[in-house]
Write a protein that binds this ligand. Structure first.
Ligand code: KIV
Length: 272
């Protein structure tokens, strides 16, 4: 843990703003369960995102669309029970906020009340601004999410880099400013050109956290299972793997199977 990070005993929305103001980068990872959340909180992560990527990583769905509000609350409450220091942000899942601002508020209240999380994240800009304002009015901190927004995958058609064209880049910049003006405490930018992300981070006063959005912004987020190498078929350019747990776990399970079959496990010291 860096000396600057140690300054914050418990991370709040104010702490991440202070990090941006002081030029300290913000670290963020996903988690969906108690055990891994405990490990990454102990290791000093600043923000834990209970992402709707749980739909892919935990449930094996092809997209993030199938995960429900009840599922997200289950994952979020497991994470919250583990966390002592990090700020816990929870994704509003597809279908729980796009209908109208009342639905968005009710979904956010359920997340906050039933999981004990600290903030919610929603995908989109001007289209969902009324909902964001209503959630914020209820005192619930909101993190925005622009660029590649996986809940709209059937509109985009692919998971390729967004906002390469001038018109889309301009809309993204305008949306980012609207989210800041509405009162979002931070913004995630996913898979957009680094230069555009850097411009957004420079023009906004709130922290801008990127995934596949380059290094010239206020923080970084990765999906935990990807950076630990548990998922081995997903290899985007932006992903840095810190471990290769798919191979390590496969090796460990192979050894266990061998030990059981050969009657090597348990030995005389491993029994009562
Ligand atoms: O659901 C998720 O994991 C996310 C991150 C990729 C930002 O939204």
């Amino acid at each position: 843990m860096s000396a600057v990070t140690k300054e914050f005993k418990k991370i709040t929305t104010n702490s991440v703003q202070a990090m941006k103001n002081q030029g300290e980068k913000i670290s963020m990872l996903t988690a969906y369960d108690y055990t891994l959340a405990k490990i990454i909180d102990t290791a000093g992560i600043d923000v834990i995102l209970v992402g709707d990527s749980a739909s892919n990583v935990m449930a094996g769905h092809e997209t993030t669309l199938p995960i429900t509000l009840d599922h997200m609350i289950y994952h979020a409450s497991s994470v919250v029970r583990a966390v002592e220091r990090a700020l816990v942000v929870v994704d509003l899942p597809f279908g729980s906020y796009q209908g109208n601002s009342k639905a968005a508020l009710n979904s956010s209240i359920r997340i906050m009340k039933e999981s004990g999380a600290h903030a919610v994240k929603l995908e989109g800009g001007v289209e969902i601004l009324t909902s964001i304002k209503r959630i914020l009015k209820a005192g619930i901190p909101v993190m925005g999410h622009l660029g590649l927004t996986p809940q709209s995958i059937y509109k985009f058609g692919t998971y390729t880099v967004r906002a390469r064209e001038e018109a889309e880049a301009q809309k993204l910049l305008e949306d980012a400013k609207l989210l800041e003006q509405a009162g979002c405490f931070a913004l995630v930018l996913e898979k957009i050109p680094a230069e555009l992300a850097a411009q957004v981070a420079k023009e906004l006063t709130i922290p801008v956290i990127g995934i596949g959005a380059g290094g010239d912004i206020d923080g970084q987020v990765l999906v935990l299972h990807d950076m630990l190498g548990m998922t081995h078929e997903f290899n985007p350019r932006f992903l840095r793997r810190y471990l290769n747990l798919f191979e390590d776990i496969t090796g460990a399970v192979n050894s266990y199977v061998g030990d059981v079959k050969s009657n090597d496990f348990p030995n005389s010291k491993e029994q009562y």
